[in-house]
Design a protein around this ligand. Structure first.
Ligand SMILES: *Cc1c(COP(=O)(O)O)cnc(C)c1O
Length: 424
């Protein structure tokens, strides 16, 4: 029963558009009613009707430690009593910036902001200022927050709701954006041949997660690195999801490819609103007040968010954290693939993130993703929710495994998925 959720949704719709503060939360993508949440702990989420779910959405990838981790809560609790925002610098900001700079290969200096969107928006501004060029290449199905000029063939909520571009963004803005199929070297090559000196940057999720998980083909990221160098353009890795997901230094560390600018978010705030962008000093010194690329924020470097971020990253740095998480994920995904074999299902995964595609064929880009059977996804999603599993409520999103997911959670999940797909 989700009676209270339904009641809450009706109330919410009176005061907020669609009843939500972010579109995919509405469950519109699966023609369902959203769950309203009361609390969460570890791998479990509880709705206002007190149903329990094993959570694989994890606030869209934020909770790599699981919900409400003790060390983070304790640090935040202590910090709260010292005040929640000062609009003045604090030592904690330096500590988080130092941690990020030491861990992420491409980052020597970092600026903290309040969301991934803000990080991307600022990173693109910086790339344009640094190169003196205008055009940006992105990839179809890549989502980089709701930045005006990047809402072209964007994945995530837009794909979920079938919105290809959005009113409110003048065509002139979008003219500077070139959206190309992911994993297609030839088209990137042709774009550079055509626009030569006009391309400021390529922005890419190194492992796209906002059209569901899609893996870069062997050599594709290296190709992007090479061609941007060749044309004096910058390579921006949007690691808002992948930042601290596959290993401590993110996807760039995993693949051994160093972008010029990196954007971060989600995990680095330990459950609080945060974003960050960073690069080497030569690029970062353009940012005001050192340079004249303006970017600011009343709540940027918020002491509570920063405290949660530091406490989280410290946990991630503990020995064997990623080995354990990735090992557990590998086993789970191995069995998930076994039990969904010959069911018209493709599982794409990257360490502790995965998407269950209802699709007959391999998936390498957004075109492939779009051939997925949304009706079957909807059926699968609804049946899993009824059985206490909460996957991300859209075919175009990733699912995540946290350090708090216990073997019994994962075994139970496999059992339930097996029972559901048996009937498919
Ligand atoms: C979530 C996300 C964003 C936007 O971050 P918000 O904090 O939601 O603004 C940007 N890029 C990627 C890759 C994301 O996954």
């Amino acid at each position: 029963m989700i009676d209270t959720s339904i009641l809450e949704f009706a109330k919410a719709k009176k005061y907020m558009p669609g009843g939500v503060n972010s579109p995919v939360r509405s469950f519109k993508g699966i023609n369902g009613d959203p769950l309203f949440i009361s609390r969460a702990k570890g791998s479990k989420l509880y709705d206002v009707d007190n149903n329990e779910y094993i959570d694989f959405c994890l606030s869209w990838g934020v909770h790599i430690l699981g919900h409400a981790p003790q060390s983070v809560l304790k640090a935040v609790e202590d910090a709260l009593w010292n005040g929640t925002s000062f609009g003045m610098p604090t030592p904690g900001e330096t500590e988080l910036a130092k941690l990020i700079s030491e861990i992420v290969p491409s980052i020597e200096q970092v600026r903290l902001v309040n969301s991934g969107t803000e990080a991307v928006m600022s990173a693109v501004r910086l790339a344009r200022a640094f190169t003196g060029k205008k055009k940006i290449i992105k990839f179809d199905g890549g989502y980089h927050g709701h930045v005006d000029h990047l809402l072209v063939s964007a994945g995530s909520g837009l794909a979920t709701l079938g919105i290809s571009s959005t009113p409110g963004v003048p065509e002139e803005f979008v003219q500077q954006t070139i959206s190309l199929p992911f994993n297609d070297e030839l088209q990137v090559f042709e774009a550079f041949a055509k626009y030569k000196d006009e391309i400021a940057a390529i922005i890419v999720e190194p492992v796209p997660a906002n059209m569901g998980v899609v893996l870069p083909k062997e050599g594709f990221l290296q190709f992007l690195r090479n061609i941007t160098k060749q044309y004096n353009s910058l390579l921006i890795f949007d690691e808002v999801i992948t930042g601290f997901r596959p290993k401590i230094g993110g996807a760039q560390s995993y693949f051994g490819i160093t972008p010029d600018i990196t954007t971060l978010g989600k995990i680095i705030g330990g459950g609080f609103p945060i974003g960050a962008y960073g690069a080497n000093k030569e690029i970062m010194r353009l940012i005001a007040p050192e340079g004249n690329v303006y970017q600011a924020g009343t709540l940027s470097g918020n002491p509570i968010a920063v405290t949660a971020g530091i406490a989280s990253l410290k946990r991630l740095e503990t020995p064997l954290f990623y080995e354990t998480l990735n090992h557990k994920s590998r086993d789970f995904i191995f069995w998930l693939k076994e039990i969904t074999k010959n069911k018209g299902i493709v599982i794409n995964s990257f360490q502790s993130m995965f998407t269950i595609f209802f699709n007959e064929n391999e998936i390498h880009n957004f075109e492939d993703v779009k051939k997925s059977d949304l009706a079957r996804f909807e059926l699968f999603f609804k049946k899993s929710v009824n059985k206490g599993l909460l996957f991300s409520p859209s075919q175009f999103e990733a699912n995540f495994i946290s350090a708090a997911h216990l073997p019994e959670d994962l075994n139970k999940t496999l059992d339930i998925v097996f029972q559901i797909v048996k009937t498919f």
